[in-house]
Design a protein around this ligand. Sequence first.
Ligand SMILES: Cc1cc2nc3c(=O)[nH]c(=O)nc-3n(C[C@H](O)[C@H](O)[C@H](O)COP(=O)(O)OP(=O)(O)OC[C@H]3O[C@@H](n4cnc5c(N)ncnc54)[C@H](O)[C@@H]3O)c2cc1C
Length: 330
Amino acid sequence: MASNVLVFVEQRGGRILPAVFQLMQAAKEVADKAGGHVEACIVGKDIAGLANEVAAYGAKKVYTVDDPAFEHYRASAYTTALDAAVEAASPKAVFIPTTFMGRDLASRLGARRRAALVIDCTHVEADGDDLIATSTLYCGKVFAKFKLTGSRLQIVTIRSNAYPAAEKQDGASAETVAVSATVSDKDNRVTVQEVVSTSSGVKDVTEGDIVVSGGRSLKSEENFKIIYDLAQSLDGAVGASRAACDAGYQPHSRQVGLTGKVVTPALYVACGIDGAIQHLAGMRGSKVIVAINTKKEAPIFGVANYGVVHDLFDMVPLLTEEFKKLNAAG
Ligand SMILES: Cc1cc2nc3c(=O)[nH]c(=O)nc-3n(C[C@H](O)[C@H](O)[C@H](O)COP(=O)(O)OP(=O)(O)OC[C@H]3O[C@@H](n4cnc5c(N)ncnc54)[C@H](O)[C@@H]3O)c2cc1C
């Protein structure tokens, strides 16, 4: 029975998503208990050089699917590539980050392989041949444990920041295996015409160890500057409620919540966000939550560790000023 864990290394333009290194830690814990080791799969164009980076975080073997056909993400083609790596590696389990790409890929791979699959796990544990995966239900209100039977391939996507990054060992190397994947006409039903980056140079909301989010109460895109200033003083990322995104104050890529992104930072600062259940679904797993709101009955205070009943337009710049002073003092 295979006991290795294969981690899918999500990368764009040669930059590995930080959550991948956290998955390496989860994979190590499971593989160690199952008597196996961690392996990795990288798909893309000119990505062979990333193998050492992954090896430094504990991968003993790296499967690379390196071809111009995989320069940009396309669901069907990437599934074919990952499927080819799974065929070559024959792992017990495949760990994939919970991202838009990861959810897409995991479900497709699961269908192709008739695998056992759980999405958006916060914890995974080997139990003999089986895998016990913890995930949330009902907008994050309850945790549920699922058993993925060892008689099938086990696939899980794991939430960002659910695990710390695996310890880095500079200079570690891994055996690399080049896998070729044939992209069929069926995989080519969608072709990428143009790629426009929506990144503004500020950290992605899922990558921040600290996230500062603003709501509809910011009233305009320009006013969000105070949220960016506070985030910058904390070296954090910027998030927003759906109401703020729908109003055009922020792009939907920054939306936190049920229909946005799920974040679990060490610190989440909610500025002028009411705390609707759909917003809480995306941030209630944060370790410390600070809420700033003028309405003391706002539901956000129900999940906040620290609450400030005050106007955010006064409070946020004051906090920024204080953090800047602390930064300057070293
Ligand atoms: C199917 C579905 C999916 C959804 N998915 C999401 C999702 O993914 N993410 C999400 O966020 N929402 C989602 N929503 C929307 C959600 O229900 C709420 O409408 C939304 O979260 C409200 O955003 P808000 O808190 O910014 O705005 P509001 O509800 O308008 O709240 C604004 C808050 O700011 C406070 N305030 C006002 N002025 C100030 C001030 N000057 N200083 C301090 N506080 C102030 C107010 O007291 C209030 O609490 C979804 C809804 C549905 C139906």
